[in-house]
Write a protein that binds this ligand. Structure first.
Ligand code: GDP
Length: 362
């Protein structure tokens, strides 16, 4: 008889999901964990403060839960962790798929743990709802780091909106910091709006690139370049070294065209090889130089305060939206109103007004 307990299809069956629409590994984990006795918020907080990884993982699962009943407990855990958070360096890392993000994070993470640091690797990947985690989903991508007792790797939460996914990662940072992680690496894919979200939770923003066939700056979104505190050209090894160095010159030139940063920091361009580890230590030195500057001119604190306000507003926006869309009456009305808009019976603006007016009367 097959072992039903650990069998995803049995869990899918139990959850009423057909084999074609198998539920994500995240959801399976949530079902499995809900079967165990649920620890109280206080037990989770105590565990996290004792640097217990199981407590940390369970608390993150609670934060990621879409069950409204879990919200209060999740908030209690976050509040309990807050006084012990804020002590880490948060580094955002972006780059298009294939640029070498996971190889880089593995090499960089190992470098940091060899220096005695505790490293948490998180991700903001809104596509994970569809693809069940295109980044960090497959932990084998970071084989060495995953075995390192001073590293913690957590794939992106899956959620319906980028805002929701990003907020959960932001809250996870707080828990990881309370759990004693002093460096948080936040990975995101180099497409879409997720960079902006990661930028708003990181102290330092690193853009990974590779040398192309000449037109180095083509296809780079100006906004992402502007956010970068460092551009690191990866895969500078073998035959690629020369190309990488040329790319470095071009990026340096391009970065100088941007407005000076509020931090007073002049973005740097470097080359590295995540494969041979050449240049990995220098990236950490650049971040240390940055930290020295922003601590002395107080930009570090100023930016964190701004980010906290940003996340307060984001959370309000997200929860208002969730509350609106999850309201049973609105859900019913939304279906009929959508039909009316698509058949031109009502204008989109009038339809929106109608729904909002109805909602605010509840
Ligand atoms: P990601 O999609 O950005 O996470 O990229 P991966 O880390 O999965 O790397 C994509 C491919 O590039 C893999 O085949 C890696 O082995 C390779 N790669 C990553 N870093 C380097 C590097 O520094 N040098 C070389 N030559 N290949 C690399």
């Amino acid at each position: 008889m097959p072992n039903k307990k650990n069998n995803p299809s049995a869990l899918n069956e139990k959850a009423g999901v057909s084999s074609q629409e198998t539920i994500s590994s995240n959801a399976i984990r949530q079902i499995k964990e809900s079967r165990k006795k649920q620890p109280s918020a206080k037990e989770l907080i105590d565990g996290i403060l004792k640097e217990n990884i199981t407590a940390l993982s369970r608390a993150i699962t609670l934060i990621e839960s879409t069950n409204p009943a879990h919200l209060e407990k999740a908030t209690e855990v976050i509040n309990g962790c807050l006084p012990h958070a804020n002590k880490s360096v948060r580094i955002g890392i972006t780059g298009v798929p294939g640029v070498g993000k996971s190889t880089f994070i593995e090499a960089f993470g190992k470098h940091l743990t060899s220096l005695g640091k505790k490293v948490a690797v998180l991700a903001v990947d809104p596509s994970s709802t569809i693809s069940h985690g295109s980044i960090l989903g497959d932990k084998t991508r970071m084989e060495e780091l995953v075995k390192d007792k001073n590293a913690f790797i957590r794939p992106s939460a899956s959620g319906e909106t980028l805002g929701g996914v990003a907020r959960k990662t932001r809250e996870t940072i707080t828990l990881c910091e309370a759990c004693g992680f002093d460096i948080i690496l936040i990975e995101t894919v180099g497409v879409g709006q997720s960079e902006t979200a990661v930028h708003s939770m990181a102290d330092f923003f690193l853009l990974l690139k590779i040398a192309g066939a000449g037109d180095e700056l083509q296809g780079i979104k100006r906004g992402i370049m502007e956010m970068a505190d460092a551009v690191v050209i990866n895969k500078a090894d073998g035959d690629n070294i020369k190309k990488a160095q040329l790319a470095k010159v071009e990026f340096n030139r391009a970065l100088h065209l941007f407005h000076p940063k509020k931090s007073g920091w002049i973005p740097t361009v470097a080359t590295c090889s995540a494969l041979t580890h050449e240049g990995i230590g220098a990236v950490w030195q650049t971040i240390l130089d940055y930290l020295e500057l922003v601590n002395s001119n107080h930009y570090f604190e100023e930016k964190r305060k701004e980010q906290n306000l940003f996340w307060m507003m984001e959370t309000i926006n997200e929860q208002l939206k969730d509350n609106f869309y999850n309201h049973p009456e609105i859900q019913k009305l939304l279906t009929s109103t959508k039909k009316a808009v698509s058949t031109d019976e009502i204008s989109p603006f009038a339809a929106a007004q109608l729904l909002l007016k109805k909602y605010f009367k509840f």
